[in-house]
Design a protein around this ligand. Structure first.
Ligand code: ADP
Ligand code: MG
Length: 303
């Protein structure tokens, strides 16, 4: 059993030694970032997210998967803003300090930190029911807001939708979908490729309908989506509920964004146009030309 200080020392090994605007990292009462050392013309973009035992993951889930997922979920918010993550703070609440478990968690976290060159600069450690929260600070020249959709813009999604929800309801039936659920990858490849011409952007965490509806509300517009255009993995079609997974399943962490129709040829191959924005409100779904009723706007935490 290790104590809190040993734990923090272990976490320090996650820090990436790299040039950055951080002039004081882990070890003092607070971290220091010098804005004069930021690259010119960039804004700081800040997001935080917490995952809680029993709600977002289970005690006997693999700690490496937990570490990966909690961080991926946080990084995905940066991708959805068209920002690149730079610095990270970690808030850990642990019922006990189990060295092996922490090591697993650290491995899951450090994989993504290395991949996207993110530096851990601080955090807090307390005892209590297991929860893990991250605060990510990123940089963007022009953050992509939910309110930036325009009438007649095309609606685009990256990758495939519904895989994580399929895996949640059918564990072990598709290793591809299981992987999407356990190890989602924040889509910085897509956000970097489209950030100069995309309008509004959001990551699909609660389900397409719920998240696209946020773009509708923020932009004061409606969205029309063609069900048959929504990209899904072939494995999920063995489940009669695949349409629900694609429309309302959460946890995919793909990006949903708008573009002008003139820019369609600039889209990366992994992106699919699924509908368009129009004057009005809310999301409507059409299946082969017929409007279908959707009764559930994705996953609602307080619903
Ligand atoms: P304080 O008592 O001033 O809050 P702490 O003992 O909580 O200081 O933290 C000491 C140092 O360790 C700080 O620099 C803090 O940012 C860092 N730290 C504590 N917990 C974590 C953690 N879970 N992840 C990263 N850094 C941490
Ligand atoms: Mg503290």
């Amino acid at each position: 059993m290790i104590n809190e200080f040993e734990l923090i020392n272990q976490l320090k090994s996650l820090v990436q030694g790299q040039d950055s605007a951080v002039t004081l990292g882990i070890g003092d009462d607070a971290a220091v970032i010098d804005p004069a050392l930021l690259p010119a013309g960039h804004k700081m973009v800040i997001a935080t997210d917490t995952l809680v035992i029993g709600r977002h993951f289970l005690a006997d889930d693999n700690p490496e998967d937990i570490g990966h997922k909690v961080l991926a979920v946080n990084l995905s918010d940066m991708a959805a803003m068209g920002a690149m993550p730079q610095w990270l703070l970690m808030n850990l609440t642990l019922p006990k300090i189990d060295g092996q478990w922490i090591e697993g968690l650290s491995r899951g976290i450090s994989g993504l930190l290395k991949k996207f060159k993110v530096e851990l600069i601080g955090g807090d450690t307390t005892s209590g029911p297991l929860s893990i929260g991250f605060t990510v600070i990123g940089l963007a020249r022009q953050p992509l807001k939910r309110s930036d959709a325009c009438v007649d813009d095309l609606i685009v999604v990256s990758g495939e939708l519904g895989s994580a929800a399929f895996a949640l309801h059918n564990p072990g039936r598709s290793s591809h979908c299981d992987q999407q659920l356990k190890r989602p990858q924040p889509r910085f490849d897509v956000s970097e490729a489209v950030k100069n011409f995309a309008g509004a952007m959001i990551d699909v965490s609660d389900g397409l309908l719920a998240d696209l509806n946020h773009i509708c509300q923020a932009s004061g517009l409606g969205a029309q989506v063609e069900l048959e255009k929504i990209p899904v993995h072939s494995a999920i079609k063995v489940d009669l509920k695949w349409r629900d997974y694609a429309l309302s399943g959460g946890d995919d962490y793909q990006l949903c964004f708008t573009i002008r129709s003139d820019d369609q040829s600039l889209l990366p191959s992994d992106c699919t146009v699924i509908g368009h924005m129009h004057a009005g409100s809310g999301v409507t779904v059409y299946d082969k030309g017929h409007r279908i009723q959707v009764n559930r706007l994705g996953f609602d935490h307080f619903g």
